[in-house]
Design a protein around this ligand. Structure first.
Ligand code: 8YV
Length: 327
């Protein structure tokens, strides 16, 4: 019997490719640039499974053009690039990679908060440019982190891991808003207080966005929401760029209505809104919150394990639409 054919749509670790190659006939795209939608569609012809990252979009049209596809396994926890309903309607299993990236993403979110509040990038740019001439009492003075109020919008696994760092590492007062409130015991363990979104925006000294991106959260941080925040506050985004209206954010930062922002994600990434690039009070990083080698390896392994199980009659560890398996 011919081996099942799968597409590995982005460069993957060698050990993961070996594992997949032991079971499937692989077509690997290992270029730095993602496949354009038409190329992705062409390369998916005759394939039963696909290994993707956040840069490949799986749409209803693509699924209709690729009727052999049975499994879409993304090496990401976010899955806004996959039309889950369209996959489910066509009996295509979708898996993601939760849990394995929680702690490293939370580390990075907290690092971005620290760098932003304490003006680290600004200081480094000034030093490298030869601008460090002297000392002044208010030289690069930033915002306090310890003991301040940490606001978290989106209290899932990563939000809770950031909350723990703030509460137990930095003695912060943790407040949050989420679609559904955490059970009382979880709130007590985290020392986190639930607030309405409006109250959260008003109270936070540092607001971290960690909510999933969807039509409902698109630009949910726009001019009216930013206007509720303290002018001394910082905004950190490690979720998805489209959650924030970047023009409104740039205006708030430029006009001193918000102190600073730390952004790891951008609406048009890898393109960055030029309005953000010229502002001194923004720390910008290229979507690297989960980027440690052990974490990226664990994500790739989990995506491959999902793909193997999905196509060989096993139980995929982290399915998003498990109902497809029993249909
Ligand atoms: C990924 C992410 O590295 O998992 C996610 O949802 O945003 C990151 O961890 C990135 O999306 C890879 O494409």
């Amino acid at each position: 019997m011919d081996a099942m054919k799968i597409l590995v749509a982005r460069r993957a670790p060698a050990q993961v490719l070996d594992k997949l190659a032991a079971r499937f006939e692989l077509d690997v795209h290992d270029g730095e640039v993602p496949l354009a939608p038409a190329e992705l569609q062409a390369r998916l012809r005759g394939k039963v499974g696909v290994y993707i990252t956040g840069t490949e979009r799986i749409t209803a049209d693509l699924l209709d053009a690729c009727p052999t596809l049975k499994a879409v396994c993304t090496m990401t926890v976010g899955y806004n690039h996959v039309d889950l309903d369209a996959c489910t309607a066509r009996g295509v299993l979708v898996t993601n990679t939760p849990d394995v990236l929680t702690e490293s993403t939370a580390d990075f979110g907290f690092a971005l908060l620290m760098a932003t509040a304490r003006r680290m990038s600004e200081g480094e740019r000034l030093l490298r440019a030869g601008g460090w001439k002297s000392w002044a009492w208010d030289f690069l003075a930033g915002a306090e982190v310890h003991g301040s109020t940490l606001g978290i919008l989106g209290m899932g696994r990563i939000g809770q891991a950031i909350a723990r760092r703030g509460r137990f590492g930095f003695g912060m007062n943790v407040v949050y808003h989420n679609r559904s409130r955490l059970p009382a015991q979880a709130e007590a363990e985290l020392g986190a207080r639930y607030l309405s979104k409006e109250a959260l925006l008003r109270e936070a000294d540092h607001l971290v966005l960690v909510l999933p991106y969807s039509a409902a959260s698109h630009h949910c941080m726009a001019a009216p929401e930013l206007a509720l925040m303290k002018p001394t506050a910082t905004l950190i985004n490690v979720a998805r760029g489209g959650i924030v209206d970047e023009d409104a954010l740039a205006a708030a930062l430029r006009e001193g209505r918000l102190a600073a922002a730390g952004l790891d994600v951008f609406e048009g990434e890898p393109q960055v809104n030029p309005a953000l690039l010229t502002l001194p009070n923004v720390v910008l990083t290229p979507h690297i919150a989960s980027a440690t080698l052990p974490t990226r390896l664990a994500m790739a392994q989990l995506a491959a394990d999902n793909l193997i199980a999905a196509l060989t009659g096993g139980s995929p560890p982290t399915p998003l639409n498990p109902q497809v398996l029993s249909a």
